[in-house]
Design a protein around this ligand. Structure first.
Ligand code: 5GP
Length: 183
């Protein structure tokens, strides 16, 4: 285990097994359709890479990048799109892929934005769900795991851009984010 991790919540093999199940479910639900998977950089990249290999359908992927405004606007979940999708989504079956949902403010804002673009359908697939602090109701069609209200890293999730490469999800030692550990 990495020395900055206090506890592993989800070992790598649990994550991979659940992703295979989700992939099978998506394959069955979208049978006969083309599906467009959309993700927001960068946290979901590992999930996207593993999930699409478990989906046996004609599919394409596209990415957005966002930045958050200051603390005041964060309360409203307002984000700035700094890289938009490469193509339009009108008339397409869109599956939005997200690594983690906490308050739901970010995802709520992005989903409203995508709905304006008139996709044929828009569903949400979230790997890690932290429901305790939810402020905005998010219609999650596919969910990997419920997590406790703890700050986690690994499997794509970062702290200060680090720890994304851990194959498991773990709780970061408080010393690290309180700045007590020199990197
Ligand atoms: P929300 O808008 O749902 O409160 O938060 C969304 C964003 O907060 C996520 O996309 C993620 O970037 C970040 N986030 C929320 N909880 C965690 C966590 O436990 N670990 C990490 N690394 N990021 C988190």
């Amino acid at each position: 285990m990495h020395p900055d991790i206090v506890e592993i919540l989800l070992p790598a093999d649990h994550i991979q097994a659940r992703i295979r199940e989700i992939g099978l479910q998506i394959t069955s639900d979208y049978r006969g359709k083309d599906v467009l998977l959309i993700g927001v950089l960068k946290g979901m990249t590992l999930f996207m890479a593993d999930l699409i290999r478990c989906i046996d359908l004609p599919l394409s992927v596209d990415y957005m990048a966002i930045s958050r405004y200051g603390p005041g606007s964060q309360a409203l979940g307002v984000v700035r799109i700094i890289k938009d999708l490469d193509s339009g989504i009108e008339g397409k079956h869109v599956l939005f892929i997200e690594d983690i949902v906490d308050t739901g403010l970010t995802l709520g804002y992005i989903l409203r934005n995508l709905r304006y673009r008139s996709p044929a359908s828009l569903e949400v697939c979230v790997l890690f769900n932290k429901a305790q602090r939810r402020l905005v109701d998010i219609p999650i069609k596919y969910k990997g795991f419920d997590l406790p209200d703890k700050f986690v890293v690994g499997y794509g999730l970062d702290y200060a851009q680090m720890f994304r490469n851990l194959p498991y999800v773990g709780v970061l030692k408080a010393d690290v984010y309180l700045g007590l550990v020199k990197k």
